[in-house]
Design a protein around this ligand. Structure first.
Ligand SMILES: Nc1ncnc2c1ncn2[C@@H]1O[C@H](COP(=O)(O)O)[C@@H](OP(=O)(O)O)[C@H]1O
Ligand SMILES: [Mg+2]
Length: 447
C-alpha cells in the first residue's frame, strides 16, 4: 500500500484522475486486491485460534465460525477477534470523546448513588426496604442517558430500568427528581460537557425510557446498568455504575464506577470486601478502549485529566494453586458449590472472595484478584448485556480472556441478553484455557 502512495505523481504507471485508466493498471489493481484477500484468508484462522486460548474442543467451533465470515466482516474488526491491546493498537480508533463522556457520566451518576448509599447507611431507611436502590437506579440511569443524548443523540441505548413504575408513583418520582436535579459534577466545564441539568421531572421520566433499544448487531448502542449489584448496594457491600459502547455488537469503550472499592490498585482482595464497606477514602473508575488497554483512576467529582488514569493489567500467574477466585455473593446468580469443586480440582486452598457486581471484573483486571467465574444455576436464565459489557472489555484489555463456560466469547450483538452464552469464565489469557478445562470437567454433567 505504502509503495503505491509513495510513487511519484509523474510516474508513467500511475493512472491520472483525469484520464481513463489503462487495462494494465486494472490488472495491477486486481493483482493487489487478490494478494490482500489471500493474506486475510491466511490470517483469519490464525486469529481465530489464538483468540481464545481455548480448549481443543472449541477449535472446530471457531473454524466453523471463520468459515462463515463474509469479506466485509473480515475487513471490519470481528467481534470474535482477540482484542488485547497488543494485537490491535495500530488500527483501533481511540474513541476519545466517547471515553471522556462515558467516564464523566459514570462519575456524575456515582455522586447520586453515593448520596443514596449514605442516606441508607445512616439507618433512616428500613433494612428490608428496597426503595433506596430503586431511587438510585432510576436517578443514575436518567443522568447517564441525559449525558449520552446530549453528546450522541443518534446512538441507541439499552438500559436496565423502564419508567412504568415511576409513572404510577408520584412520591417516588418526586423523591428521585429532588436528587437528580441537584446532582452535578463540581467542575462547571465538565458539567457543561454532559449538557448540564435535566430540564424538569417530565424530561427525566422521558429520558429513562430512552434506554429501551432492543440491542443487536448493528450500529452504535450503549449498555447501561445504573446500579449493578443491587444486593451489594443494599447490604453495604460492592456495587458498580456501568456503561459500555458497542459498535456492530463489539464492545469498544467501557467504564465502571466502583464507589466502594479501594483506590489502590495493588490492594489484594480480602474476603470482607463484599459487606460493610464504605465509600469514604474509596472509589475507583475503571475504563478501557478496545485496542488501547485499560486504566483505573480515583473516582472523582471533577473533570478528567486525560493523562491521569493509570494503565492496569492482570496479575501473571505462575502457579494456579495460588490464584485468587471471585464469585457472586448471591448463590442464585452463580453456583457456589460448583466453584468450590473447581477450586479444589485446581488445588486452590484459599476460599473464593464473594462480592457483588462488575466490581469483580475490575478487581481481576487490576490484579487485585485473578479469576472470576459465573457458573449457571438455572438452565433458562439469560445473562443481561449491561451486567457484562464494560467488564468484559476491561478484563480483555488488561491481558485477560473472557468466555462463557463453553469457551465462546460473550456475544453482545444479539439483543438485550447474552442468549448465545452460558455463564462466564474470566481469567488471565495464559491460564484461561486450563481454567476452562477444569470448569468443563466439573460442569460436564450439566453441559
Ligand atoms: N438467576 C440469575 N443468574 C445470574 N445472574 C442473575 C440472576 N438473577 C439476576 N441476575 C443478575 O445478576 C446481577 C448481579 O450480579 P452479581 O451476582 O455478580 O452481583 C444482577 O444485576 P443487578 O444487581 O443490576 O440487578 C442481575 O441482573
Ligand atoms: Mg446488573
Amino acid at each position: 500500500m505504502s509503495t503505491s502512495h509513495s510513487s511519484s505523481s509523474s510516474s508513467p504507471h500511475k493512472p491520472n484522475r483525469s484520464t481513463p485508466s489503462t487495462p494494465r493498471s486494472h490488472l495491477t489493481l486486481l493483482l493487489t486486491l487478490s494478494v490482500i484477500v489471500f493474506l486475510f484468508s491466511l490470517l483469519l484462522p490464525i486469529a481465530g485460534i489464538t483468540t481464545a486460548s481455548l480448549s481443543l474442543s472449541s477449535i472446530p467451533r471457531l473454524a466453523h465460525k471463520a468459515g462463515h465470515l463474509s469479506l466485509s466482516s473480515i475487513l471490519r474488526p470481528s467481534r470474535f477477534s482477540f482484542s488485547h491491546s497488543a494485537t490491535v493498537t495500530m488500527s483501533s480508533p481511540k474513541y476519545e470523546k466517547e471515553l471522556q463522556i462515558a467516564q464523566l457520566a459514570v462519575q456524575r451518576a456515582s455522586i447520586l448513588t453515593k448520596r443514596v448509599f449514605h442516606e441508607k447507611a445512616k439507618g433512616t431507611v428500613d433494612k428490608n426496604d428496597k426503595s433506596p436502590v430503586t431511587i438510585g437506579d432510576f436517578g443514575a440511569q436518567a443522568l447517564i442517558i441525559s449525558a449520552l443524548q446530549h453528546n450522541f443523540p443518534n446512538d441507541a441505548i439499552v438500559a436496565e430500568e423502564e419508567s412504568a413504575k415511576l409513572k404510577e408513583d408520584a412520591n417516588l418520582r418526586t423523591t428521585i427528581w429532588d436528587l437528580v436535579k441537584d446532582t452535578k459534577l463540581e467542575d462547571a466545564a465538565a458539567e457543561a460537557l454532559l449538557g448540564g441539568p435535566i430540564k424538569d421531572v417530565d424530561a427525566m421520566v422521558e429520558l429513562i425510557d430512552k434506554g429501551n433499544s432492543p440491542g443487536g448487531s448493528q450500529g452504535r448502542i450503549w449498555a447501561i446498568d445504573p446500579i449493578d449489584g443491587t444486593k451489594g448496594f443494599l447490604r453495604g457491600g460492592q456495587y458498580a455504575v456501568c456503561l459500555a459502547l458497542m459498535i456492530d455488537g463489539d464492545v469498544k469503550v467501557g467504564a465502571l464506577g466502583c464507589p466502594n472499592l479501594p483506590i489502590d490498585d495493588s490492594a489484594r482482595l480480602t474476603t470482607d470486601i463484599g459487606a460493610n464497606q464504605t465509600d469514604e477514602g474509596h472509589g475507583v473508575l475503571f475504563s478501557a478502549v478496545q485496542g488501547h488497554g485499560a486504566k483505573s483512576r480515583a473516582l472523582a467529582t471533577v473533570n478528567l485529566d486525560a493523562e491521569a488514569g493509570k494503565p492496569i493489567s492482570m496479575r501473571a500467574i505462575d502457579d494456579l494453586t495460588k490464584a485468587n477466585f471471585c464469585e457472586s455473593v448471591e448463590a442464585g446468580h452463580s453456583s457456589h458449590g460448583d466453584q468450590a469443586a473447581i477450586s479444589q480440582k485446581l488445588g486452590i486452598t484459599e476460599p473464593s472472595v464473594r462480592m457483588d457486581s462488575q466490581a469483580k471484573y475490575g478487581s481481576i483486571a487490576r490484579g487485585a484478584g485473578d479469576i472470576y467465574l459465573r457458573l449457571p444455576v438455572s438452565a433458562t436464565y439469560q445473562e443481561k448485556i449491561w451486567d457484562h459489557a464494560a467488564g468484559d472489555l476491561i478484563v480483555r484489555e488488561s491481558g485477560g480472556q473472557v468466555t462463557d463456560i463453553h469457551g465462546k466469547r460473550l456475544d453482545f450483538g444479539i439483543g438485550r441478553t447474552l442468549a448465545n452464552n452460558k455463564g462466564v469464565v474470566a481469567a488471565p489469557a495464559a491460564v484461561h484455557g486450563k481454567v476452562l478445562e477444569v470448569v468443563q470437567e466439573v460442569l460436564s454433567a450439566k453441559l
